[in-house]
Ligand binder design. Structure first.
Ligand code: NAD
Length: 480
Protein backbone atom coordinates (compact mmCIF):
# COMPACT_ATOMS: atom_id res chain seq x y z
CA UNK A 1 0.00 0.00 0.00
CA UNK A 2 2.85 2.39 0.83
CA UNK A 3 4.06 2.62 -2.79
CA UNK A 4 0.59 3.45 -4.07
CA UNK A 5 -0.39 7.03 -4.75
CA UNK A 6 -2.83 8.14 -2.09
CA UNK A 7 -5.69 9.88 -3.92
CA UNK A 8 -8.42 9.36 -1.35
CA UNK A 9 -9.45 12.98 -0.84
CA UNK A 10 -12.40 14.65 -2.53
CA UNK A 11 -12.54 18.26 -3.72
CA UNK A 12 -15.51 19.92 -2.02
CA UNK A 13 -16.14 23.64 -1.45
CA UNK A 14 -12.66 24.58 -2.62
CA UNK A 15 -10.89 22.20 -0.20
CA UNK A 16 -9.36 18.73 -0.47
CA UNK A 17 -11.26 16.81 2.20
CA UNK A 18 -11.21 13.30 3.62
CA UNK A 19 -14.18 11.04 2.91
CA UNK A 20 -16.68 10.86 5.75
CA UNK A 21 -16.33 7.06 5.88
CA UNK A 22 -13.33 5.14 4.53
CA UNK A 23 -14.07 2.89 1.56
CA UNK A 24 -10.93 2.33 -0.49
CA UNK A 25 -10.61 1.17 -4.09
CA UNK A 26 -7.37 0.46 -5.94
CA UNK A 27 -6.83 1.85 -9.42
CA UNK A 28 -5.29 -0.89 -11.56
CA UNK A 29 -2.83 -0.21 -14.36
CA UNK A 30 -4.20 -2.31 -17.27
CA UNK A 31 -0.75 -2.63 -18.87
CA UNK A 32 0.60 -4.77 -16.00
CA UNK A 33 -2.37 -5.46 -13.68
CA UNK A 34 -0.55 -3.65 -10.84
CA UNK A 35 -2.33 -1.20 -8.53
CA UNK A 36 -1.08 2.38 -9.03
CA UNK A 37 -3.22 4.39 -6.66
CA UNK A 38 -5.89 4.16 -4.05
CA UNK A 39 -9.02 6.29 -4.13
CA UNK A 40 -12.12 6.49 -1.95
CA UNK A 41 -15.61 5.54 -2.97
CA UNK A 42 -17.80 8.26 -1.51
CA UNK A 43 -21.06 7.78 0.32
CA UNK A 44 -24.26 9.76 0.87
CA UNK A 45 -22.63 12.17 3.36
CA UNK A 46 -19.87 13.05 0.85
CA UNK A 47 -22.39 13.54 -1.96
CA UNK A 48 -24.56 15.70 0.29
CA UNK A 49 -21.57 17.85 1.27
CA UNK A 50 -20.58 18.37 -2.38
CA UNK A 51 -24.13 19.22 -3.47
CA UNK A 52 -24.50 21.62 -0.51
CA UNK A 53 -21.24 23.36 -1.49
CA UNK A 54 -22.44 23.67 -5.10
CA UNK A 55 -25.82 24.96 -3.96
CA UNK A 56 -24.24 27.58 -1.72
CA UNK A 57 -21.97 28.77 -4.53
CA UNK A 58 -24.75 28.99 -7.13
CA UNK A 59 -26.37 32.39 -6.36
CA UNK A 60 -23.13 34.36 -6.65
CA UNK A 61 -21.65 32.32 -9.53
CA UNK A 62 -24.81 32.49 -11.63
CA UNK A 63 -24.71 36.29 -11.45
CA UNK A 64 -21.13 36.95 -12.49
CA UNK A 65 -20.61 38.57 -15.87
CA UNK A 66 -19.63 37.03 -19.18
CA UNK A 67 -16.15 38.58 -19.17
CA UNK A 68 -15.36 37.14 -15.76
CA UNK A 69 -16.53 33.63 -16.72
CA UNK A 70 -14.48 33.86 -19.88
CA UNK A 71 -11.40 34.89 -17.91
CA UNK A 72 -11.74 31.80 -15.70
CA UNK A 73 -12.05 29.53 -18.75
CA UNK A 74 -8.96 31.09 -20.32
CA UNK A 75 -7.04 30.59 -17.09
CA UNK A 76 -8.16 26.94 -16.98
CA UNK A 77 -6.94 26.43 -20.58
CA UNK A 78 -3.56 27.93 -19.70
CA UNK A 79 -3.03 25.77 -16.59
CA UNK A 80 -4.36 22.68 -18.38
CA UNK A 81 -1.59 23.05 -20.96
CA UNK A 82 1.05 23.36 -18.27
CA UNK A 83 -0.24 20.14 -16.64
CA UNK A 84 -0.51 18.15 -19.89
CA UNK A 85 2.25 15.68 -18.97
CA UNK A 86 0.66 14.92 -15.58
CA UNK A 87 -2.68 14.47 -17.26
CA UNK A 88 -1.27 12.07 -19.86
CA UNK A 89 0.50 10.07 -17.12
CA UNK A 90 -2.76 9.71 -15.22
CA UNK A 91 -4.74 8.66 -18.29
CA UNK A 92 -2.24 6.07 -19.48
CA UNK A 93 -1.96 4.52 -16.00
CA UNK A 94 -5.69 4.45 -15.28
CA UNK A 95 -7.10 3.26 -18.62
CA UNK A 96 -4.12 2.10 -20.70
CA UNK A 97 -3.85 4.65 -23.52
CA UNK A 98 -0.25 4.51 -24.81
CA UNK A 99 1.75 7.45 -23.48
CA UNK A 100 2.10 9.34 -26.80
CA UNK A 101 -1.57 8.93 -27.60
CA UNK A 102 -2.55 9.78 -24.01
CA UNK A 103 -0.78 13.11 -24.47
CA UNK A 104 -1.77 13.94 -28.04
CA UNK A 105 -5.29 12.57 -28.53
CA UNK A 106 -6.60 11.98 -25.02
CA UNK A 107 -5.21 15.02 -23.19
CA UNK A 108 -5.39 16.99 -26.44
CA UNK A 109 -9.12 16.33 -26.76
CA UNK A 110 -9.67 18.01 -23.39
CA UNK A 111 -7.74 21.10 -24.45
CA UNK A 112 -9.57 21.17 -27.77
CA UNK A 113 -12.93 21.24 -26.00
CA UNK A 114 -11.91 23.93 -23.51
CA UNK A 115 -10.69 26.13 -26.37
CA UNK A 116 -13.73 25.41 -28.53
CA UNK A 117 -16.07 26.35 -25.71
CA UNK A 118 -14.13 29.58 -25.20
CA UNK A 119 -14.62 30.46 -28.88
CA UNK A 120 -18.31 29.50 -28.85
CA UNK A 121 -18.85 31.39 -25.58
CA UNK A 122 -17.34 34.63 -26.93
CA UNK A 123 -20.03 34.78 -29.64
CA UNK A 124 -22.81 33.40 -27.47
CA UNK A 125 -25.80 35.75 -27.14
CA UNK A 126 -27.42 35.15 -23.77
CA UNK A 127 -30.38 37.29 -24.81
CA UNK A 128 -31.65 36.87 -28.36
CA UNK A 129 -34.76 37.97 -30.25
CA UNK A 130 -36.80 34.92 -31.19
CA UNK A 131 -37.03 36.06 -34.80
CA UNK A 132 -38.99 38.23 -37.20
CA UNK A 133 -41.93 35.85 -36.97
CA UNK A 134 -42.35 36.76 -33.29
CA UNK A 135 -41.78 40.50 -32.81
CA UNK A 136 -41.19 41.74 -29.25
CA UNK A 137 -40.16 38.32 -27.96
CA UNK A 138 -36.82 37.30 -26.51
CA UNK A 139 -35.12 34.13 -25.45
CA UNK A 140 -32.92 34.46 -22.38
CA UNK A 141 -30.41 31.64 -21.78
CA UNK A 142 -30.07 31.11 -18.05
CA UNK A 143 -28.21 28.79 -15.66
CA UNK A 144 -30.04 25.68 -14.49
CA UNK A 145 -28.58 25.32 -10.98
CA UNK A 146 -26.55 22.51 -9.44
CA UNK A 147 -25.66 19.93 -12.09
CA UNK A 148 -24.38 16.38 -11.56
CA UNK A 149 -21.81 15.17 -14.09
CA UNK A 150 -21.16 11.43 -14.48
CA UNK A 151 -18.45 10.23 -16.87
CA UNK A 152 -16.93 6.96 -18.18
CA UNK A 153 -13.30 5.81 -18.44
CA UNK A 154 -12.60 5.51 -22.17
CA UNK A 155 -11.80 9.12 -23.12
CA UNK A 156 -11.73 10.53 -19.61
CA UNK A 157 -10.67 14.14 -20.22
CA UNK A 158 -12.63 14.41 -23.43
CA UNK A 159 -15.79 13.63 -21.49
CA UNK A 160 -14.98 15.61 -18.34
CA UNK A 161 -14.20 18.81 -20.26
CA UNK A 162 -17.29 18.38 -22.47
CA UNK A 163 -19.34 18.62 -19.28
CA UNK A 164 -17.52 20.70 -16.67
CA UNK A 165 -16.54 23.61 -18.94
CA UNK A 166 -19.98 24.34 -20.45
CA UNK A 167 -21.62 23.68 -17.08
CA UNK A 168 -19.66 26.39 -15.31
CA UNK A 169 -19.52 28.77 -18.30
CA UNK A 170 -23.30 28.48 -18.44
CA UNK A 171 -23.43 29.82 -14.85
CA UNK A 172 -24.12 26.52 -13.11
CA UNK A 173 -22.26 24.93 -10.24
CA UNK A 174 -21.43 21.26 -10.41
CA UNK A 175 -20.47 17.96 -8.81
CA UNK A 176 -18.36 15.64 -10.96
CA UNK A 177 -18.33 11.87 -10.43
CA UNK A 178 -15.86 10.37 -12.85
CA UNK A 179 -15.56 6.66 -13.55
CA UNK A 180 -14.24 4.80 -10.51
CA UNK A 181 -12.03 2.84 -12.94
CA UNK A 182 -10.30 5.96 -14.29
CA UNK A 183 -10.48 8.64 -11.59
CA UNK A 184 -6.88 9.91 -11.61
CA UNK A 185 -7.18 12.33 -14.55
CA UNK A 186 -10.19 13.97 -12.92
CA UNK A 187 -8.13 14.54 -9.78
CA UNK A 188 -5.50 16.34 -11.90
CA UNK A 189 -8.36 18.32 -13.49
CA UNK A 190 -9.65 19.33 -10.04
CA UNK A 191 -6.14 20.57 -9.18
CA UNK A 192 -6.19 22.66 -12.37
CA UNK A 193 -9.54 24.21 -11.49
CA UNK A 194 -8.33 24.85 -7.95
CA UNK A 195 -5.24 26.64 -9.27
CA UNK A 196 -7.43 28.70 -11.62
CA UNK A 197 -9.03 30.14 -8.48
CA UNK A 198 -12.65 29.31 -9.20
CA UNK A 199 -14.82 30.45 -6.29
CA UNK A 200 -15.30 27.72 -3.66
CA UNK A 201 -18.07 25.26 -4.47
CA UNK A 202 -18.44 26.09 -8.18
CA UNK A 203 -16.73 22.80 -9.04
CA UNK A 204 -16.70 19.75 -6.75
CA UNK A 205 -15.32 16.27 -7.23
CA UNK A 206 -16.52 13.16 -5.40
CA UNK A 207 -15.24 9.76 -6.47
CA UNK A 208 -17.53 6.80 -6.23
CA UNK A 209 -19.36 4.10 -8.10
CA UNK A 210 -22.69 4.07 -9.90
CA UNK A 211 -24.63 2.41 -7.08
CA UNK A 212 -23.23 4.95 -4.59
CA UNK A 213 -22.38 8.53 -5.58
CA UNK A 214 -23.84 8.06 -9.08
CA UNK A 215 -27.28 7.13 -7.78
CA UNK A 216 -27.06 9.67 -4.96
CA UNK A 217 -26.57 12.44 -7.52
CA UNK A 218 -29.34 11.25 -9.80
CA UNK A 219 -31.81 11.15 -6.91
CA UNK A 220 -30.64 14.24 -5.01
CA UNK A 221 -33.36 16.83 -4.48
CA UNK A 222 -30.95 19.75 -4.93
CA UNK A 223 -29.48 18.55 -8.23
CA UNK A 224 -31.40 20.06 -11.15
CA UNK A 225 -29.73 18.29 -14.04
CA UNK A 226 -27.68 15.18 -14.74
CA UNK A 227 -25.30 15.01 -17.68
CA UNK A 228 -24.24 11.41 -18.18
CA UNK A 229 -21.92 9.64 -20.60
CA UNK A 230 -21.63 5.88 -20.43
CA UNK A 231 -23.40 2.68 -21.28
CA UNK A 232 -26.96 2.46 -22.54
CA UNK A 233 -27.71 0.16 -19.59
CA UNK A 234 -26.71 2.83 -17.04
CA UNK A 235 -28.41 5.54 -19.12
CA UNK A 236 -31.72 3.72 -18.80
CA UNK A 237 -31.23 3.27 -15.04
CA UNK A 238 -30.41 6.96 -14.63
CA UNK A 239 -33.45 8.05 -16.65
CA UNK A 240 -35.56 6.04 -14.23
CA UNK A 241 -34.01 7.27 -11.00
CA UNK A 242 -33.90 10.90 -12.16
CA UNK A 243 -37.57 10.79 -13.19
CA UNK A 244 -38.88 11.04 -9.62
CA UNK A 245 -37.45 14.54 -9.25
CA UNK A 246 -37.99 15.48 -12.94
CA UNK A 247 -34.38 16.44 -13.50
CA UNK A 248 -33.19 17.40 -16.92
CA UNK A 249 -31.18 14.36 -18.10
CA UNK A 250 -28.59 14.51 -20.86
CA UNK A 251 -27.49 11.09 -22.11
CA UNK A 252 -24.50 10.21 -24.29
CA UNK A 253 -24.57 6.43 -24.66
CA UNK A 254 -23.18 3.55 -26.69
CA UNK A 255 -22.79 3.07 -30.43
CA UNK A 256 -22.35 0.54 -33.22
CA UNK A 257 -21.20 2.77 -36.07
CA UNK A 258 -21.61 1.65 -39.67
CA UNK A 259 -18.96 2.67 -42.18
CA UNK A 260 -20.45 2.38 -45.68
CA UNK A 261 -17.72 1.93 -48.28
CA UNK A 262 -18.93 2.24 -51.87
CA UNK A 263 -16.93 0.73 -54.74
CA UNK A 264 -15.71 4.14 -55.90
CA UNK A 265 -13.97 4.85 -52.58
CA UNK A 266 -10.22 4.30 -52.61
CA UNK A 267 -8.27 1.80 -50.53
CA UNK A 268 -7.31 4.56 -48.10
CA UNK A 269 -10.93 4.70 -46.94
CA UNK A 270 -10.73 1.04 -45.87
CA UNK A 271 -7.40 1.56 -44.12
CA UNK A 272 -8.69 4.67 -42.36
CA UNK A 273 -11.87 2.85 -41.26
CA UNK A 274 -9.99 -0.16 -39.84
CA UNK A 275 -7.48 2.06 -38.03
CA UNK A 276 -10.27 4.13 -36.57
CA UNK A 277 -11.98 0.98 -35.32
CA UNK A 278 -8.80 -0.18 -33.52
CA UNK A 279 -7.85 3.27 -32.19
CA UNK A 280 -7.93 3.51 -28.37
CA UNK A 281 -8.08 -0.32 -28.45
CA UNK A 282 -11.59 -0.07 -29.85
CA UNK A 283 -12.89 1.74 -26.78
CA UNK A 284 -14.70 4.61 -28.46
CA UNK A 285 -18.45 5.00 -28.63
CA UNK A 286 -18.18 6.44 -32.15
CA UNK A 287 -15.87 3.70 -33.50
CA UNK A 288 -16.82 2.47 -37.00
CA UNK A 289 -17.15 -1.15 -35.90
CA UNK A 290 -19.31 -2.39 -38.80
CA UNK A 291 -17.71 -1.91 -42.20
CA UNK A 292 -20.30 -2.33 -44.95
CA UNK A 293 -18.54 -2.88 -48.26
CA UNK A 294 -20.01 -2.88 -51.79
CA UNK A 295 -19.73 -6.40 -53.20
CA UNK A 296 -17.38 -5.59 -56.15
CA UNK A 297 -14.57 -4.46 -53.81
CA UNK A 298 -15.50 -6.72 -50.90
CA UNK A 299 -12.67 -9.28 -51.18
CA UNK A 300 -9.95 -6.67 -51.51
CA UNK A 301 -11.42 -4.64 -48.62
CA UNK A 302 -11.40 -7.73 -46.37
CA UNK A 303 -7.76 -8.35 -47.29
CA UNK A 304 -6.80 -4.74 -46.62
CA UNK A 305 -8.58 -4.61 -43.25
CA UNK A 306 -6.96 -7.91 -42.18
CA UNK A 307 -3.57 -6.47 -43.12
CA UNK A 308 -4.23 -3.34 -41.04
CA UNK A 309 -5.13 -5.54 -38.06
CA UNK A 310 -1.94 -7.60 -38.43
CA UNK A 311 0.16 -4.43 -38.72
CA UNK A 312 -1.39 -2.85 -35.63
CA UNK A 313 1.14 -3.30 -32.85
CA UNK A 314 -0.16 -3.99 -29.34
CA UNK A 315 2.09 -3.06 -26.41
CA UNK A 316 2.31 -1.56 -22.95
CA UNK A 317 1.06 1.98 -22.52
CA UNK A 318 4.39 2.89 -20.95
CA UNK A 319 6.54 2.97 -24.04
CA UNK A 320 6.55 5.54 -26.84
CA UNK A 321 5.15 4.74 -30.26
CA UNK A 322 2.00 4.40 -32.29
CA UNK A 323 0.87 1.02 -30.97
CA UNK A 324 -2.44 0.38 -29.23
CA UNK A 325 -2.49 -0.42 -25.51
CA UNK A 326 -4.49 -2.83 -23.38
CA UNK A 327 -8.21 -2.58 -22.78
CA UNK A 328 -9.21 -1.04 -19.50
CA UNK A 329 -9.93 -3.97 -17.18
CA UNK A 330 -10.13 -7.72 -16.70
CA UNK A 331 -13.90 -7.45 -16.86
CA UNK A 332 -13.76 -5.76 -20.30
CA UNK A 333 -11.12 -8.24 -21.50
CA UNK A 334 -13.35 -11.17 -20.53
CA UNK A 335 -16.38 -9.60 -22.19
CA UNK A 336 -14.45 -8.99 -25.43
CA UNK A 337 -13.11 -12.57 -25.46
CA UNK A 338 -16.65 -13.91 -25.07
CA UNK A 339 -17.86 -11.80 -27.97
CA UNK A 340 -14.97 -12.86 -30.23
CA UNK A 341 -15.81 -16.48 -29.45
CA UNK A 342 -19.47 -15.78 -30.18
CA UNK A 343 -18.49 -14.38 -33.58
CA UNK A 344 -16.70 -17.63 -34.40
CA UNK A 345 -19.53 -19.79 -33.02
CA UNK A 346 -22.19 -17.91 -35.00
CA UNK A 347 -20.28 -18.47 -38.25
CA UNK A 348 -18.46 -15.20 -38.99
CA UNK A 349 -15.17 -15.76 -40.85
CA UNK A 350 -12.16 -14.83 -38.72
CA UNK A 351 -9.56 -13.19 -41.00
CA UNK A 352 -7.26 -11.57 -38.41
CA UNK A 353 -6.67 -11.77 -34.65
CA UNK A 354 -8.94 -13.93 -32.56
CA UNK A 355 -9.28 -15.02 -28.94
CA UNK A 356 -6.49 -14.96 -26.36
CA UNK A 357 -3.56 -12.70 -25.59
CA UNK A 358 -1.25 -11.48 -28.38
CA UNK A 359 1.81 -13.66 -28.90
CA UNK A 360 4.52 -13.28 -26.27
CA UNK A 361 2.27 -11.43 -23.81
CA UNK A 362 1.44 -13.00 -20.47
CA UNK A 363 0.05 -10.16 -18.39
CA UNK A 364 -1.97 -7.03 -18.94
CA UNK A 365 -5.38 -6.79 -20.59
CA UNK A 366 -4.23 -6.95 -24.21
CA UNK A 367 -6.55 -7.93 -27.05
CA UNK A 368 -5.52 -9.00 -30.56
CA UNK A 369 -6.87 -6.64 -33.23
CA UNK A 370 -9.53 -8.83 -34.78
CA UNK A 371 -11.40 -8.78 -38.10
CA UNK A 372 -14.45 -10.83 -38.97
CA UNK A 373 -15.63 -11.10 -42.58
CA UNK A 374 -18.94 -12.46 -43.92
CA UNK A 375 -20.75 -11.08 -40.91
CA UNK A 376 -24.55 -10.98 -41.04
CA UNK A 377 -26.14 -8.02 -39.34
CA UNK A 378 -28.16 -10.24 -37.03
CA UNK A 379 -25.00 -11.78 -35.53
CA UNK A 380 -24.03 -10.74 -32.01
CA UNK A 381 -20.76 -9.12 -33.17
CA UNK A 382 -22.77 -6.85 -35.51
CA UNK A 383 -25.43 -5.92 -32.97
CA UNK A 384 -23.65 -5.62 -29.63
CA UNK A 385 -21.20 -2.88 -28.69
CA UNK A 386 -17.95 -4.83 -28.13
CA UNK A 387 -15.74 -1.95 -26.94
CA UNK A 388 -12.58 -3.72 -28.06
CA UNK A 389 -10.47 -3.76 -31.26
CA UNK A 390 -12.88 -5.92 -33.24
CA UNK A 391 -14.09 -5.07 -36.74
CA UNK A 392 -17.01 -6.76 -38.50
CA UNK A 393 -17.19 -6.61 -42.31
CA UNK A 394 -20.48 -7.09 -44.17
CA UNK A 395 -21.08 -7.04 -47.94
CA UNK A 396 -23.90 -5.09 -49.64
CA UNK A 397 -25.25 -4.96 -53.20
CA UNK A 398 -27.15 -1.67 -53.41
CA UNK A 399 -27.34 1.74 -51.79
CA UNK A 400 -30.76 0.87 -50.34
CA UNK A 401 -29.41 -2.30 -48.77
CA UNK A 402 -26.44 -0.45 -47.26
CA UNK A 403 -28.76 2.10 -45.63
CA UNK A 404 -31.03 -0.65 -44.38
CA UNK A 405 -28.18 -2.58 -42.75
CA UNK A 406 -26.66 0.58 -41.28
CA UNK A 407 -29.97 1.55 -39.65
CA UNK A 408 -30.70 -1.96 -38.42
CA UNK A 409 -29.24 -1.50 -34.92
CA UNK A 410 -30.62 -0.19 -31.65
CA UNK A 411 -27.90 2.49 -31.73
CA UNK A 412 -27.66 5.75 -33.67
CA UNK A 413 -24.46 7.59 -32.79
CA UNK A 414 -22.00 8.02 -35.69
CA UNK A 415 -22.15 6.58 -39.20
CA UNK A 416 -19.59 7.00 -41.94
CA UNK A 417 -19.90 7.15 -45.74
CA UNK A 418 -17.05 6.69 -48.23
CA UNK A 419 -17.68 7.53 -51.89
CA UNK A 420 -16.40 9.88 -54.60
CA UNK A 421 -19.99 10.60 -55.63
CA UNK A 422 -21.07 13.71 -53.72
CA UNK A 423 -24.76 13.41 -54.57
CA UNK A 424 -24.86 9.84 -53.35
CA UNK A 425 -23.02 10.75 -50.17
CA UNK A 426 -25.50 13.49 -49.39
CA UNK A 427 -28.49 11.28 -50.19
CA UNK A 428 -27.22 8.44 -47.99
CA UNK A 429 -26.34 10.82 -45.14
CA UNK A 430 -29.91 12.06 -45.02
CA UNK A 431 -31.28 8.52 -44.77
CA UNK A 432 -29.06 7.29 -41.95
CA UNK A 433 -30.57 7.47 -38.48
CA UNK A 434 -27.71 8.77 -36.35
CA UNK A 435 -26.68 11.91 -34.52
CA UNK A 436 -23.52 12.29 -36.61
CA UNK A 437 -22.47 11.37 -40.16
CA UNK A 438 -18.83 11.71 -41.17
CA UNK A 439 -18.01 11.37 -44.85
CA UNK A 440 -14.73 10.72 -46.67
CA UNK A 441 -12.69 11.16 -43.49
CA UNK A 442 -13.85 14.71 -42.84
CA UNK A 443 -13.54 15.06 -39.08
CA UNK A 444 -16.06 16.98 -37.10
CA UNK A 445 -15.52 20.73 -37.10
CA UNK A 446 -14.72 22.72 -34.00
CA UNK A 447 -18.22 23.98 -33.38
CA UNK A 448 -19.98 20.70 -34.06
CA UNK A 449 -22.15 18.89 -31.59
CA UNK A 450 -21.54 15.33 -30.46
CA UNK A 451 -24.45 13.04 -29.70
CA UNK A 452 -26.82 10.38 -30.88
CA UNK A 453 -30.37 9.15 -31.33
CA UNK A 454 -32.14 5.91 -30.37
CA UNK A 455 -30.17 3.83 -27.83
CA UNK A 456 -27.18 6.19 -28.24
CA UNK A 457 -28.89 8.86 -26.18
CA UNK A 458 -30.56 12.21 -26.65
CA UNK A 459 -28.25 15.15 -26.30
CA UNK A 460 -25.58 17.24 -27.95
CA UNK A 461 -22.20 18.04 -26.48
CA UNK A 462 -19.53 20.47 -27.64
CA UNK A 463 -19.70 23.90 -29.26
CA UNK A 464 -22.72 26.18 -29.10
CA UNK A 465 -25.26 23.35 -28.79
CA UNK A 466 -23.22 21.88 -25.96
CA UNK A 467 -23.35 25.22 -24.12
CA UNK A 468 -27.10 25.46 -24.66
CA UNK A 469 -27.60 22.00 -23.10
CA UNK A 470 -26.43 23.48 -19.81
CA UNK A 471 -28.89 26.38 -19.83
CA UNK A 472 -32.62 26.87 -19.61
CA UNK A 473 -34.16 28.97 -22.35
CA UNK A 474 -36.62 31.50 -21.00
CA UNK A 475 -39.22 32.95 -23.34
CA UNK A 476 -40.11 36.62 -22.72
CA UNK A 477 -42.86 38.45 -24.60
CA UNK A 478 -43.62 42.20 -24.56
CA UNK A 479 -39.89 42.98 -24.72
CA UNK A 480 -39.20 46.61 -25.55
P1 NAD B 1 -20.86 2.74 -17.43
O1 NAD B 1 -22.23 3.07 -17.85
O2 NAD B 1 -20.60 1.47 -16.76
O3 NAD B 1 -20.32 3.86 -16.42
C1 NAD B 1 -20.27 5.23 -16.77
C2 NAD B 1 -20.36 6.07 -15.51
O4 NAD B 1 -21.65 5.93 -14.94
C3 NAD B 1 -19.38 5.67 -14.41
O5 NAD B 1 -18.95 6.85 -13.77
C4 NAD B 1 -20.23 4.81 -13.49
O6 NAD B 1 -19.76 4.79 -12.18
C5 NAD B 1 -21.57 5.52 -13.59
N1 NAD B 1 -22.76 4.69 -13.35
C6 NAD B 1 -22.94 3.40 -13.68
N2 NAD B 1 -24.20 3.01 -13.35
C7 NAD B 1 -24.81 4.11 -12.81
C8 NAD B 1 -26.10 4.34 -12.26
N3 NAD B 1 -27.03 3.40 -12.22
N4 NAD B 1 -26.39 5.57 -11.79
C9 NAD B 1 -25.48 6.56 -11.84
N5 NAD B 1 -24.22 6.40 -12.33
C10 NAD B 1 -23.90 5.18 -12.82
O7 NAD B 1 -19.96 2.94 -18.74
P2 NAD B 1 -18.40 2.72 -18.91
O8 NAD B 1 -18.18 1.25 -18.96
O9 NAD B 1 -17.65 3.53 -17.90
O10 NAD B 1 -18.15 3.38 -20.35
C11 NAD B 1 -18.33 2.71 -21.53
C12 NAD B 1 -19.66 3.08 -22.17
O11 NAD B 1 -19.73 4.49 -22.38
C13 NAD B 1 -19.81 2.48 -23.55
O12 NAD B 1 -21.10 1.95 -23.71
C14 NAD B 1 -19.61 3.68 -24.47
O13 NAD B 1 -20.19 3.56 -25.73
C15 NAD B 1 -20.20 4.77 -23.69
N6 NAD B 1 -19.69 6.07 -24.16
C16 NAD B 1 -20.54 6.93 -24.83
C17 NAD B 1 -20.07 8.13 -25.32
C18 NAD B 1 -20.96 9.09 -26.06
O14 NAD B 1 -20.65 10.27 -26.10
N7 NAD B 1 -22.06 8.67 -26.64
C19 NAD B 1 -18.74 8.48 -25.13
C20 NAD B 1 -17.92 7.60 -24.46
C21 NAD B 1 -18.41 6.39 -23.96
Amino acid sequence: MSTLLDKRKFYIGGQWVDPVKANDLEVIDPSNEEPVAVISLGGQADTDAAVAAAKAAFPAWSQIGKAERLAYAEKIAEIYQSRAEDMAWAISHEMGAPQDMALSSQTGAGLFHIQTFITAFKDFEFLRPLGDHAPGTMIAWEPIGVVGLITPWNWPMNQVTLKVIPAIMGGNTCVLKPSEIAPLSSIVFAEILDEAGLPDGVFNLVNGDGAGVGTQLTTHKDVEMISFTGSTRAGIAISRTAADSLKKVVLELGGKGANIVFADADEKAVIRGAKHCFNNSGQSCNAPTRMLVERSIYDSAVETAARVAEETAVATAHQPGKHIGPVVSKQQWDKIQDLIQKGIDEGARLVAGGPGLPEGVNRGYFVRPTVFADVRNDMTVAQQEIFGPVLSILPFDSEEEAVEIANDTPYGLTNYVQSQDGERRNRVARQLRAGMIEMNGEARGAGSAFGGVKASGRAREGGVMGLEEFMDSKFISGWD
